[in-house]
Ligand binder design. Structure first.
Ligand SMILES: [Zn+2]
Length: 439
């Protein structure tokens, strides 16, 4: 018979057990780095995640986890208020979840979540080396997705391994999730929730500079189309230039952005941020060629919203602002129509005082020898899915990185090592552990 598991926090795990776990992370750290490099070499851009997910699936199978792999269902997602609009095909766009079931269920269950999708590279000629070459130089591991967030995704697996390598068995259910669509809709984590995956806590090792996210923004994506009136440039003034008009429309939307930023003092945890609400004009297309006044212009926008403001409320304000733009300064009529085409997500706050946070604080202190710091981030996080729709405390906590979404993205190797150790202690403290029964 396995002996009854003891509920432990990392602070009260006996020192030798703790030491065994930390040593187990070190013992396999080279292997962890090599696997991270291998995952980074797969360009898992949106809708191209399959080969990287194959790798993750194999890694989970090797660990004896119960595998669940499924294609995202746009119809099922469309019924959820927090889903992003899908304007791509979800053929072969799969989530992978590996589940560990303990022989004795005693502790608190856990989801270890991470996203496999990465953002576009921009012109590769601007990188010092290929975004997919995944090289190591000094303390940095380079490559698109290295920081955001393949290092964290792999850290989840190796933190879990460390317990068993140390001769311990977690005493609660653990789901290790590799999800898609985090960078554009949040539909990957949402689909996992719809499939029934819940737990007592979720940990997401996004690149957060060795800190814990206290609050973050929601995000809306939309495409705004402005109509023009095409004509020959010889009588240019008789036409109406849709690209010039789009420029004017953006100016009016920037007024809304500034109005929202001016309200930051009213939003808990956002008071001290300089400019938390960012409107990004991410893409623009318009016109048909140089010798016609352009008949159309389309802009892809990303705008943030405070937690507590619903996506519906923010969207209503955006639409109202666009509806109020009826003419440019010269009095030419303008019609700007917006449609959603991605994120439709509310932000969240990790409420203070949860047991999950206390356990993570203990783990962090043991490894870093310092108190865990919290901060507010003006970027989207999948943590909102678990917090908002399942009431699960979401711990978004991960390594130091540089240039995520930029050129020469990289992640700090020593930071990844410490974060992995901290996650391993967290799993032990949260799920509980018992000595592995002799085989
Ligand atoms: Zn990320």
């Amino acid at each position: 018979m396995p002996r009854a598991p003891q509920r432990v926090s990392p602070a009260t795990l006996d020192a030798s057990t703790q030491e065994r776990i930390l040593r187990a992370v070190d013992a396999r750290f080279d292997e962890q780095l090599a696997f991270t490099q291998e995952v980074v070499r797969h360009p898992s851009l949106r809708t191209q995640e399959a080969s990287a997910q194959d790798l993750l699936q194999r890694a989970m199978e090797e660990r004896g986890l119960q595998i669940d792999r499924w294609e995202l269902d746009p119809v099922a997602l469309a019924s959820h208020p927090g889903a992003g609009i899908v304007d791509v095909s979800y053929d072969e766009v799969d989530n992978v979840v590996g589940t560990y079931l303990p022989s004795v269920e005693a502790g608190r269950s856990l989801i270890l979540n991470g996203h496999i999708d990465v953002v576009p590279t921009g012109p590769e000629s601007q990188w010092s080396a290929s975004p997919w070459d995944s090289r190591i130089e000094g303390d940095w591991l380079y490559g698109r997705g290295s920081g955001d967030m393949k290092a964290g995704l792999v850290a989840n697996l190796f933190a879990f391994d460390a317990l068993r390598a140390a001769g311990l068995e977690p005493t609660a259910r653990i789901h290790i999730q590799s999800v898609v669509e985090e960078e554009c809709t949040g539909n990957g984590s949402l689909s996992a929730l719809q499939r029934g995956y819940t737990a007592d806590a979720v940990l997401i090792p996004e690149p957060e500079e060795d800190m814990l996210v206290r609050a973050n923004v929601g995000v809306i994506w939309c495409k705004v189309r402005v109509q023009g009136s095409p004509t020959h440039p010889r009588e240019m003034r008789s036409g109406f230039n849709a690209i010039d008009a789009a420029h004017y429309v953006i100016g009016r939307l920037r007024e809304l952005e500034e109005a929202w930023n001016a309200e930051r003092a009213e939003h808990r945890y956002f008071e001290d941020l300089e400019h938390p609400i960012n409107l990004n004009l991410g893409m623009i297309q318009g016109g048909d060629w140089a010798s016609s006044v352009p008949a159309w212009c389309e802009m892809d926008l990303r705008i943030a919203l405070y937690p507590g403001v619903t996506a519906e409320e923010a969207w209503a304000q955006i639409e109202a602002r666009l509806a109020s733009v009826t003419a440019d300064e010269a009095g030419n009529p303008i019609r700007a129509i917006a449609r959603r085409n991605g994120f439709f997500a509310q932000g969240y706050v990790l409420e203070e005082g949860s047991d999950a946070e206390a356990t993570l604080r203990d783990s962090h202190r043991e490894v870093f020898g310092a108190e865990l710091k919290t901060f507010t981030t003006p970027g989207y996080l999948d943590g909102r899915v678990f917090t908002q729709y399942a009431g699960i405390p979401s711990l978004v906590y991960g390594p130091i990185s540089e240039a995520i979404h930029g050129y020469d993205e990289r992640v700090s190797i020593e930071s990844v090592r410490r974060i992995t150790k901290s996650i391993a202690l967290f799993i032990a403290g949260w799920c509980g552990v018992q000595e592995s029964s002799p085989r």
